[in-house]
Each structure stands twice: as C-alpha cells, then as structure tokens.
Design a protein around this ligand. Structure first.
Ligand code: ADP
Ligand code: MG
Length: 464
C-alpha cells in the first residue's frame, strides 16, 4: 500500500478547470475520476480510449501545470481506461455524447489555455509589505516577518503574532505569504483561519476523508493560520494541528500564526500545543503612536486618487488612536463623501463628517456592565460570577482586572465603582488597582492583555 494521495489537489484542479473552461467544454470532457497516486503521478479513470486520447492531446499539459502550481512539484497524469459498468440506457447516452464530441472537436482545440500563476486564492492582494507601514508599534514584528519571507522555515519557526483587533496581524501574516508566493513559484502556501481549519477538519471526519485532510496540510511549504484563539475548547482540532505542526516542523516548513492574546493566556488549550506555539518567535503588535498613525493614513491616501490635506490627516490620527481598522474606516468615509459631493476635503468637512466617529472613539458608551461582560467573557466566567461575592482566586483576579480597567477608562470614583461592583467598599477598589499595578511590573503579558481588553470593551461599547 502506498502513502500517496493527491486527490485533494486533483479536486482543486478540477474546480479550477470548471471555472476556467466553458460549461459546454467542461461537461463534455471532464467525465473523469480520480483513481490513485504514486509519488510522482496520479491516475485518472476515463471511460474510453477515445476520451483518453483527447484528454492527452488537449488537456494533459493544462492539468499538469495546474497540479504543479498547487503542489510545487511535477506530477504526471496517467489516464487509465476503465469501462464504466452502467445500464444500457446510460451507455447509449454516453455513445451519443462521443459521437457529438467527434463532430464538434475541430473548433475546440484547447492545447494551451492561458496560464498565469496570478493571485493566490487565499491571500488578499493588498496585504503586502509594500502597503504595510513599519512604525513604533510593529518594528520588531515587521522585520522578523521580512526575514521569514526571505528564508521560510529556517529562522523563526513558528512565527506567532499577537495583539488586539485591527492592529495589523492579518495584514502582516499575509504579507509573508504574498512575498513568498511572488518570489518562489514552487512554494505551496496555505492561508486559512483557525475557524476554517476546524470546520474543514470536522467536515473531513464526517465525509471520512481525514486522510486527505492530513495530506493536504502536511504537504505545504508555508502554513499561515489566522486567529488561533478560536481553537480554545476545540480539542479535536488542537490534536490535529499538533500533528500537522510536528510534521511541518520536522520538515523545516514555515508556520505563522496570529492570536488576539499571548499564548500563555489561551484557555483550554493542550499543554503540548501551547508549547509548540511558544517554541519559535512570539511578537506582539501594539497600537501605533501618532506619527505612525499619520504615516498609515498617508499610505492609504497614496493608493487612492483623492487628495487629503495634512491637517485633516492629523485630526483623524489625533482622534482615533486604538485601532488601525477604525482609522482607515474614518478616512474611507471622508473620501467617499468628498467624491459623492464633488468637493475637496477640507478641515471643516472632515470635522463635520467625522463628528460622530470622533466622539464615539473618545467616550464610547463604556459602562461598567460592558466592562464586566467583556472581562468575564475573556476569562471564561459568567457576568454574575464577576459581579458577585465569591472570592475564589480564579474570580478574584479577573475582578481586579475589571476594576482596574474601569478606573482607567471611565470617570467613576472608587466609591461609585465599589457600588457598581456588587456593593463593595471603595478601599476594595483601591486595593484591586494597586494589586494590578504591582503585577504589571512583574508580568509583561498583562499589559498587552489589558490593552486588548480595553480595545475590545471600546469596540463592543461602540456597537451598542
Ligand atoms: P488584525 O488582524 O490585527 O485584526 P488587520 O491585519 O485586519 O488587523 O488590520 C486592520 C486594517 O488595518 C487592515 O486594513 C490593514 O491593512 C490596516 N493596517 C494595520 N496595520 C497597518 C500598518 N502598519 N500599515 C498599513 N496598514 C495597516
Ligand atoms: Mg485579523
């Protein structure tokens, strides 16, 4: 029994052919089935020698080139004639089809359909290093990412980028993919979210195709998985990823992950997978400072064709500070408005149009309730636990974090906060804030967790 199974790649080739060829052509010629693989070939079942000859003449090169693009190595296709066992009726239909094919094939020659590696199906074309501003908040991460894209699999493996929403994790990860994709035609890259990985894995169990699933992921050169915090509580997928990880790691294949928090703070993650994530290089992205925010806005403006004065850039950068996605959204809104009314963007227009955006990002609707909900959710507790009287350690610490954040981002006094947090004394709140202050000095991860929580609370509050 051999271990080769290229059926996933073959299916993908067929999917692409279906899109690229005309419906008529596809229906006529692609009545063929995957049979088996060896190390350097796949066997495809075709219903007759007539089919085989036509496929060899017209499509073999086309299909082999596609396989090469997907797999990064040359695989030959052997068409084997397997007479289908079918009812007489079906047979006569098939014969009729062959006759029709013979009569129409002349004008149909498809010896060399245009072929271009084009865009990677899973990577966004605009998520490139060229479009990514290197600033105070991401210098280390960006340089590591650049180094990795020069020599995937050799220097930092895995590479894990963590940080709050909208700070550029996905953009940076995909930049690696795009750079590798352009520079080396042979490299096979997969880029997916942890959620897609999980869904696909579950589907493969359901379809009894887990072997295909395993082959697909263990045969890549660069594996990019976004938002691995999704794997919390998903033990089956964790197990699968653990084995994929080991296979790729041993083969020196590059892995890149992103996560919304430091790996040490993921809950319900197997220790062995956690230690794999922590093995290579873990770097965080912070919110950008004012200069970097201006530089990011300028970059986005370059890409468009609407001029935006510097004073407008500055007022946007001044007012939106926690999230690059929001920064971009404000600019997009302004540009869209200016285009619609055919006006040049001025400071006055910007102030008017972005009034709501600015005031929301300053105050939001941050309430104690929102803080409790977000913090409880993060630590996998219930809202009532956090607000209640229980003093067990797993509740006391998150509660202190919530109090600390409330003190930081709301205008409530400690007395008011004590009242809001289940009728406690103001000294309890003060004590909580001191405790967190102390821990912040000892634990560098806590800072980014709290920053991430604050951003989530603001996002969440802005939505309601
Ligand atoms: P995350 O995955 O961390 O939530 P994204 O990568 O989706 O964030 O980034 C959000 C948006 O901000 C994207 O449109 C991205 O292009 C942009 N962005 C983030 N950081 C930068 C940067 N340093 N330079 C240019 N654009 C950036
Ligand atoms: Mg993302």
């Amino acid at each position: 029994m051999n271990n080769w199974d290229y059926s996933v790649f073959w299916n993908e080739v067929i999917n692409q052919a279906k899109v690229e060829l005309s419906e008529h052509e596809f229906a006529m010629w692609f009545n063929i089935q995957y049979d088996s693989s060896t190390e350097n070939s796949v066997s495809i079942r075709v219903p007759s020698s007539f089919y085989r000859d036509q496929l060899v003449r017209q499509y073999q090169k086309y299909l082999e080139d596609k396989l090469f693009d997907l797999m990064g190595k040359r695989i030959t296709i052997d068409f084997i004639v397997v007479k289908p066992t079918m009812s007489d009726e079906a047979r006569s239909q098939s014969q009729a089809r062959e006759e029709k094919i013979e009569s129409t094939q002349k004008g149909q020659d498809h010896a060399n359909p245009p072929r271009d590696r084009g865009k990677h199906p899973q990577l966004r074309v605009d998520y490139t290093f060229e479009n990514f501003v290197i600033g105070d908040n991401n210098g280390f991460a960006s340089n590591a990412a650049l180094a990795i894209s020069k020599n995937p699999g050799t220097s930092y493996n895995p590479f894990l980028i963590y940080g709050g929403v909208g700070l550029g994790k996905t953009h940076l990860m995909q930049s690696i993919g795009n750079r590798v994709w352009i520079e080396s035609r042979k490299t096979k890259i997969i880029c997916i979210t942890a959620e897609e990985f999980t869904n696909e894995f579950i589907q493969s169990i359901h379809d009894k195709t887990t072997q295909n699933f395993k082959n697909k992921y263990r045969y890549v050169d660069v594996l990019l998985i976004d938002d691995i915090h999704f794997l919390q509580n998903k033990l089956g997928s964790q197990e699968e990823l653990f084995h994929t990880f080991n296979a790729l790691y041993d083969a020196n294949k590059q892995m890149v992950f992103t996560c919304d928090r430091p790996v040490s703070e993921l809950k319900n993650l197997s220790d062995r997978l956690r230690s794999r994530f922590e093995r290579g290089l873990n770097v965080d992205l912070q919110p950008p400072n004012f200069e970097t925010r201006c530089a990011i806005l300028k970059k986005k403006i370059e890409a468009g064709h609407v001029p935006v004065p510097d004073e407008v850039i500055e007022i946007i950068a001044k007012n939106i500070s926690t999230n690059v996605r929001d920064l971009e959204a404000a600019l997009t809104k302004l540009v869209a408005y200016a285009e619609l009314v055919h006006k040049e963007i001025t400071l006055e227009i910007a102030q008017n149009q972005l009034k709501d955006v600015f005031s929301q990002s300053k105050h939001g609707n941050v309430t104690i309730d929102n803080i409790l909900r977000v913090v409880a959710d993060y630590y996998k507790l219930s809202y009532n636990d956090l607000k209640g009287k229980k003093r067990t350690k797993n509740i006391a610490f998150p509660r202190q974090v919530a109090m600390f954040i409330a003190r930081d981002i709301t205008e409530y006094s400690t007395t008011e906060l004590g009242f809001e947090f289940g009728g406690r004394d103001h000294t309890t709140v003060m004590h909580a804030c001191q405790r967190i202050d102390e821990r912040l000095k000892l634990d560098p991860n806590l800072e980014s967790t709290i920053q991430a929580l604050i951003r989530t609370i603001k996002d969440y509050s802005a939505k309601i």
